[in-house]
Design a protein around this ligand. Sequence first.
Ligand code: IPM
Ligand code: MG
Length: 368
Amino acid sequence: MATHKILLLPGDGIGPEVMREVSKVLGWLTRAGVAAFETETDLVGGAALDAHGVPLSEDALGRAKAADAVLFGAVGGPKWAGVPYARRPEAGLLRLRKDLGLFANLRPAICYPALADASALKRELVEGLDIVIVRELTGGVYFGEPKEIVTLEDGQKRAVDTQVYTSGEIERIAAVAFDLARKRRNRVASAEKHNVMKSGVLWKEVVTRVHAEQFPDVGLEHVLADNCAMQLVRNPKQYDVLVTDNLFGDILSDVAAMLTGSLGMLPSASLGAVENGTRRALYEPVHGSAPDIAGQNLANPIAMIGSLAMALRYSFGLVEAADLLEGAITRTLAAGTRTRDIAGPGVNAVGTAEMGEAILRELDAPAR
Ligand code: IPM
Ligand code: MG
């Protein structure tokens, strides 16, 4: 049996709590003989800053490069609000994305039937929702240079961020989106702002060309990013795969996440290019470190456990195990188990550890 090497980076806030539940699931999978996992744990974000003075040590980066997959919790919190920009906790995550070349960020937004009432939108708008946002993750305004604040001669300050994309960067993310759509409902919507931004003009042009040359069988629609935000709230089920740049993807994926009822539900995968049949990958929940509830056994571990399911599917080819784990999550929810973030009024909520254990019990139970 192949051994899969996983680096666990729990990070800050609720990260360690939700990661603990993932470790339990990994233990279960090993005992069940699904596969052998070898895990290492390291620090990232504020935790790394406190220990090493940097949000990601060279050592941790090296381990991430050597691992078959990285599971990442969350970073940041008020404790580190005053640290210099270059060393803020988020810089650790951005460095991992950039240095591992994780250009393709897959963010599924699935509305579990049991949770349709937890959404801020009406049940009929979100019930059965199943979309994936494919966000470009290593380019655009997040990394474009210059990126600076300078002082002008008249004493004013001037801040610059640079939105920049090459055709190559757009081609490869478009290909990921079209490829994924073929395995789903075969439709892609591409969001940009070609009416205002040169990068949007190029984005639309390249996506159109990649479609015509390589994926003419897939449905393609172009949508302005602001209109897309509106459409996501008006009628989210019109979409299948949504491809967009780094910044629009950040924003639109938060909107999509909330359609499902809770940010605590959504996993994500960040993938690199395929080289020699393998690809670098990092899996993380879409939610943040939630410092307000950290350490209180209140966090929902489902996004983190769902991120492990994505790792099983995309990094290890363990599709059946991924289905098994996702099925256990669905059944746990269907049985009425709720953490506080998804509990309706008058419903008794369980804690982080209890949710993890309920999922383990469903793994043990034969599928109903
Ligand atoms: C996300 C987060 C990050 C981002 C932050 C923590 C840097 O919001 O993964 O969506 O902006 O990409
Ligand atoms: Mg975000």
